[in-house]
Design a protein around this ligand. Structure first.
Ligand code: BGC
Length: 473
């Protein structure tokens, strides 16, 4: 059998990674649509209740996603990774249509809740599926494609916002079109997933051995796959695998580490910038057109730097990228916080504030953007992978919701500058935690990471070559 080209694996990966488009599109679209929605339904003012309602219209997606993430483990186990991704495309479509045709704010909230549900399920299952269909040497890059799709979705949404703001000036109509464009990513994902294979690891979990064997042969491009099959069977036959095992002494540190990575990803304030970008740029001194252009620039930097991340993740490894990103982000957040706190918005101040936002996005994109998805897909043993990843994803959404719900409140109560300084402090704590606990998993087959875990290696050493004596972290 002819070995599959790396290009073929990247193509397969790109199809499943399209789930990230839904995620990115929705995150980006609300930043442009929200002011028109508020205008259409007469939501105005700066008092705490209005801020909370405005925050909720944004935060209802992370809320739905949190619910979706909670159920995602069960979906991945029962329906399988592939079919679950197809269902999420349909749920997203229902949410999109509901929001686009909404006659009242309640319908927008309902539609966005559905979109959130779909995003929450797919943001856990897509990285899992990608990790299970890719060979170890390019697994980091293939999972990073999911993050790349998120950033493309974001850029697509920023472009959509710009086009419909300029093209349809009617503020009661343009946001409907902005939401409506969401039909495209959901259709792409649904049609794409129809062509994709089942995860061979899920097939073995379901005892569909002959199908698993055939799929693995195609994915690895060789006839002799006995070694790989034996390793997967070993994972499946290992004792345990029940949900509560995640809270055992062996697995709980893993769970905490994956959870913490997502918590710090969100507490870096990335979505304060993604959801409220135009407001941040306004405070930095930009006018109406300047705000939209700056947002587009942000989208381009995000995509560009994520492409670099995809390219170097399997060469540099997860840890170096993570640390470069953390340090860069801390510097940018501190500079931004100090500049936004400064009342005098001269052009020099504006220039440095915009530059720090763009650099922050760049550092995030090569590190905390994709790496948490990669690590969470790699460290959990097969039998509890779905549940472990579901819990880690909950941190993503719970803290996403926290940031989106509180940003407007923080901004009006303590000021935007102090809000970003708060994110800088959280990110510094994140750096220390990651330094101490995150393992380097580059180039290690999933089953070897699992056997390291069961041979008693500490968390930081899970990615070592098997057979090395257990070391302490
Ligand atoms: C995060 C999202 C964020 C996006 C920005 C993702 O990794 O989970 O919350 O909006 O990156 O690129």
């Amino acid at each position: 059998m002819k070995p599959p080209s790396t290009l073929h694996t990247y193509l397969l990966g790109s199809v499943a990674a399209m789930a990230g488009l839904l995620f990115g599109f929705d995150t980006g679209v609300i930043s442009g649509a929200q002011s028109f929605i508020f205008e259409t339904f007469g939501i105005s003012g700066d008092d705490v209740e209005v801020s909370a309602l405005k925050g909720f219209i944004v935060a209802v997606v992370p809320l739905g996603a949190l619910l979706g993430a909670m159920g995602s483990g069960l979906c991945a186990q029962s329906f399988g990774r592939r079919r679950s991704l197809m269902y999420t495309a349909l749920i997203f479509l229902i949410g999109t249509l509901t929001a686009a045709f909404a006659p009242s704010i309640h319908w927008i909230i309902t539609g966005r809740l559905f979109m959130g549900l779909a995003i929450g399920i797919s943001a856990m299952i897509a990285p899992m599926y990608l990790s299970e269909i890719s060979p170890a040497d390019i697994r980091g890059a293939i999972i990073f494609l999911f993050q790349l799709a998120i950033t493309i979705g974001l850029l697509g949404a920023f472009t959509t916002n710009l086009i419909f703001t300029l093209w349809i000036p009617d503020p009661t109509l343009n946001w409907r079109w902005m939401f409506g464009v969401g039909i495209i990513p959901s259709a792409l994902l649904f049609i794409g997933m129809l062509q994709m294979p089942y995860s061979p690891r899920w097939l073995i979990l379901k005892k569909r051995d002959s199908e698993a064997e055939a799929t693995l042969k195609t994915l690895l491009g060789k006839e002799d796959i006995q070694l790989e099959l034996n390793e997967i069977h070993e994972s499946v036959e290992r004792e345990g695998g029940r949900f509560f095992e995640l809270f055992s002494r062996r697995l709980f540190p893993l769970l905490l580490m994956a959870f913490a990575l997502f918590m710090f990803q969100q507490l870096s304030g990335i979505n304060a910038i993604m959801y409220y970008g135009p407001l941040v740029f306004e405070q930095a001194g930009l006018g109406d057109t300047g705000k939209l252009i700056a947002q587009m620039a942000m989208g381009v930097v995000n995509v560009g730097m994520t492409v670099i991340g995809v390219w170097i993740i399997d060469k540099c490894g997860r840890r170096p990228l993570l640390f470069i990103g953390f340090i860069g982000m801390i510097i940018c957040l501190t500079v931004l916080g100090l500049l936004l706190g400064n009342q005098s918005q001269d052009s020099e101040n504006t220039f440095f504030a915009i530059t720090s936002v763009l650099c922050f996005i760049g550092f995030f994109a090569i590190s905390l953007g994709g790496v948490p998805y990669i690590i969470m897909s790699e460290v959990f043993p097969l039998k509890v992978r779905a549940h472990g990843m579901a819990i880690a994803s909950c941190a993503n959404w719970a803290f996403n919701m926290f940031v989106s719900e509180t940003f407007d409140i923080f901004r009006t109560q303590i000021g935007m500058g102090s809000t970003f300084l708060f994110y800088a402090i959280c990110t510094t704590i994140g750096l220390c935690v990651a330094w101490r606990f995150v393992p380097e998993t580059k180039n290690r087959p999933l089953e070897e990471i699992e056997s390291n875990l069961y041979s008693g290696k500490p968390l930081r050493r899970l990615g070592d070559a098997p057979g090395n004596a257990p070391t302490h972290n």
